[in-house]
Design a binder for this molecule. Structure first.
Ligand code: ATP
Length: 323
């Protein structure tokens, strides 16, 4: 006799838009997902941020019911992913596929609308996706970013309660991204839950309420952008130090509690520390240090230290990340 599924019980689990319990997924010997527990509340916009191969797409596929976990359970709105999809509660914008080149943008959306019993008006979703002005263009003539917006328009047809996006803004320019996200945020304020996979730190920080950082098939951090940044503990204290006895001071600074490292470049001194107050106090009271600055580590450092990803290179960072 099987036990009753807990999600039918009253209580907070009933409210989850998405719930993953101990989810694992292996492909042969490859363990793509190694035990993810995650609950998304309705109306949350959550970034699934991680390096290549972290398990983001594999997890999204399971939430969409396209594949099943090797072990663990996935539910959406308390039901199986397939049941939720069948009710039109869930839609997705994936990176590839699904578009016919010879149809126009409007025809593509109109034909997709025929698949659903009840849809939003075609013109309304074209407008929400910002593609009204290219509605009569052939899909084959649309840029990558425009095709992404078209996929977005198609996903909006069923007015889904949960929207899954796999790197949704790939190929979009800065303005395209901005209008895309303002549309997403407006819908989230009406209660739609959004989970998007991304490599873009800045995008996650700017547009998500919550960042779930994944690496090696596991969640390595979960919180707001500010909370994730805070996890890369420590600050850098920078100052100009030209005193004759620099070496003695550096030794003294090294021995202060919380100091992780000291770099000297010409007259510039960089102290990496968990206790910037102690370093600042020492420098200002015991040395003739000038131009003192204290910097917190950024999201990028947090990303690198938490994911331990030596291959996270520039090509995955948007312009704004290279501050
Ligand atoms: N069908 C499959 N067969 C074998 N291995 C797979 C399969 N799908 C995914 N993998 C492997 O599982 C791991 C996780 O892949 P996944 O696509 O989920 O990562 P991701 O975080 O989405 O990466 P990216 O950012 O590059 O899209 C990778 O090592 C990948 O090679």
């Amino acid at each position: 006799m099987m036990t009753t599924e807990p999600h039918h019980a009253a209580g907070p689990t009933t409210d989850a838009a998405v719930r993953l319990d101990g989810v694992r997924k292996s492909f042969g010997r490859v363990e793509a997902v190694r035990g993810i527990d995650l609950t998304l509340r309705p109306g949350e916009v959550v970034a699934f941020l991680g390096p290549n191969g972290a398990g983001k797409t594999t997890t999204i596929d399971m939430i969409l019911g396209l594949s099943r976990p090797t072990s663990g359970t996935v539910t959406t709105f308390g039901m199986t992913p397939r049941a939720a999809i069948a009710r039109g509660l869930v839609a997705a914008v994936m990176q590839t596929g699904g578009l016919l080149k010879d149809l126009t943008v409007r025809e593509t959306v109109a034909y997709t609308a025929l698949l659903f019993a009840d849809t939003k008006p075609v013109d309304e979703v074209l407008d929400s996706a910002g593609i009204t002005d290219i509605a009569d263009r052939k899909v084959g003539k649309c840029s990558g970013g425009e095709q992404q917006r078209l996929r977005f328009a198609m996903a909006l047809l069923s007015d889904p309660a949960l929207l899954l996006l796999d790197e949704p803004t790939t190929g979009m320019d800065v303005e395209g991204r901005r209008s895309f996200w303002s549309s997403i945020r407006a819908d989230a304020s009406q209660g739609r839950t959004v989970l998007f996979a991304t490599h873009y730190l800045e995008e996650a920080d700017q547009y998500a309420d919550r960042i779930v950082l994944v690496a090696g098939g596991r969640v390595v951090a979960d919180g707001s952008g500010a909370e994730i940044r805070g996890l890369a503990s420590g600050r850098t204290v920078r100052a100009r130090l030209a005193s004759p006895d620099t070496t003695a001071h550096i030794e003294a600074i090294r021995s202060l509690g919380g100091v992780d490292g000291v770099d000297v470049r010409g007259e510039q001194l960089y102290v990496h520390t968990k206790d910037s107050d102690a370093v600042a106090r020492y420098l200002l009271t015991r040395t003739d240090a000038r131009d003192l600055e204290i910097e917190s580590k950024g999201l990028e450092e947090a990303f690198l230290s938490l994911t331990g990803d030596p291959h996270h290179d520039e090509q995955h960072l948007s312009e704004g990340d290279r501050r």
